[in-house]
Design a protein around this ligand. Structure first.
Ligand code: ADP
Length: 292
């Protein structure tokens, strides 16, 4: 997506964790425009979450520059909504859907929630389809419903940029579809950066894709991701049972997607589409998918 002012601009960014000599990400250049939905894909441990930490200002680059909404990530944080991979939440904690979303308006100790905060909470609950369940305890919700609530909390302040880390990892296929449909609605008002393994959803709902594995292999339209073998430098197989999806094998080795699952020796790319249980099932091409 070329049009629109850049919401995210990363130029030659290298990110390292304190004490580590080897950078997790090296010379990443990435741009995200207004109302763009970018999916960041890559094997486990490839640095997807680390990109989000850079955009949130939690990790400072050792070289290169990061701008979010035209400012430094720290300055821009008020305009950024974030849904972490695992929303830490004790299901026994007696808090309602409404109150969880309201916490997204938190401004600090001794600052009360305002009427406007409550109005925004109602508005956003309607938007994500959870208003009817506003008085229910969050611990009693399904995974998909709970994820909508946490999404509502991330957007209640009306961010210009929404960062989502594996948002559909623990929700069922029907809920995943409606979750992505919801994102398609949300992106009319904000840019979205989504870290995911769910490559099945990518072609349908996503504008652009960045393939990451320590560095950036590809950044562009979803049509360009057909050659994932080259981009990932590992064999990629496409298996179809029910919903077409791709299974990635270990990097740097021979194809592990063959009759009988092989053990894991390299990265677990772990990409799969919604609606498919790949563990030990046989695909239409007669090959057997690893447990991804
Ligand atoms: P992904 O999201 O693609 O699974 P991450 O960005 O979480 O990958 O991690 C990339 C690499 O950085 C991994 O090798 C991981 O072990 C390392 N890493 C992640 N968080 C930390 C941390 N807090 N301290 C040190 N290393 C980390």
């Amino acid at each position: 997506m070329e049009s629109g002012k850049p919401v995210v601009s990363m130029e030659g960014v290298t990110l390292t964790y304190a004490g580590d000599r080897t950078p997790v990400l090296e010379s990443i250049t990435l741009k995200v425009a207004e109302r763009e939905l970018l999916a960041v894909i890559g094997p486990n441990g490839s640095g997807k979450t680390t990109i989000l930490k850079g955009l949130l200002g939690l990790l400072k680059p050792i070289s290169g520059t990061i701008e979010v909404l035209g400012k430094s990530p720290k300055e821009a944080c008020k305009g950024v909504g974030y849904l972490p991979q695992k929303s830490r939440f004790d299901p026994a904690f007696p808090i309602t859907v409404f109150d969880v979303v309201l916490t997204g308006c938190y401004r600090g100790l001794f600052k009360r929630y305002t009427c406007e905060d409550r109005e925004k909470t109602v508005e956003v609950l309607r938007r994500v389809g959870m208003y009817e369940l506003r008085d229910r305890r969050v611990g009693l919700l399904s995974g998909g419903q709970a994820q909508r609530v946490f999404l509502a909390r991330a957007i209640v302040k009306g961010p210009e940029l929404l960062l989502l880390d594996e948002p559909t990892a623990s929700i069922d296929p029907d809920m995943q579809k409606s979750f992505y449909e919801l994102l398609a609605e949300l992106k009319k008002k904000m840019a979205i950066v989504l870290v995911t393994h769910d490559i099945g959803a990518i072609s349908v709902y996503v504008d652009t894709v960045a393939c990451v594995n320590r560095t950036l292999f590809y950044h562009g339209s979803t049509e360009g991701i057909d050659n994932l073998d080259e981009l990932y430098n590992c064999p990629v197989d496409i298996i179809s049972h029910g919903v077409p999806h791709r299974v990635f094998s270990e990097h740097g080795g021979s194809a592990a997607v063959e009759n009988g699952a092989k053990g894991r020796t390299g990265h677990d790319c772990g990409l799969h589409s919604s609606g498919t249980d790949t563990g030990g099932k046989t695909g239409s091409n007669g090959k057997r998918a690893r447990d991804v």
